[in-house]
Design a protein around this ligand. Structure first.
Ligand SMILES: [Zn+2]
Length: 89
């Protein structure tokens, strides 16, 4: 048994402007709304991930969700993020 790595940071709530790396696009970002920080994603990737959830929750609107998701991820890449399949525009 090694040390404990679990237990996602409850003690680290939104603390002003802690900077972290987005786990999705690797961009350095900060917690701007309390949600993207918990997810360790920049706002754009966080929003994109919400759209991605929508795709699976509402298959009838999947095409719209997918378009929105792509727009979010594209925005992250345009700001300097790196996501496979997207090119900075
Ligand atoms: Zn990101």
């Amino acid at each position: 048994m090694a040390n404990q790595l679990g237990g996602m940071a409850h003690s680290r709530f939104k603390r002003g402007s802690a900077v972290f790396k987005c786990i999705h696009c690797t961009r350095r970002t900060r917690d701007t709304n309390g949600d993207n920080g918990k997810a360790q994603m920049c706002e754009d990737c966080y929003e994109g991930s919400m759209q991605e959830n929508g795709m699976s929750d509402s298959p009838e609107f999947a095409a719209q969700y997918e378009a929105d998701m792509r727009a979010c991820y594209q925005a992250a890449v345009n700001k300097g993020g790196v996501i496979a399949g997207y090119t900075k525009q």
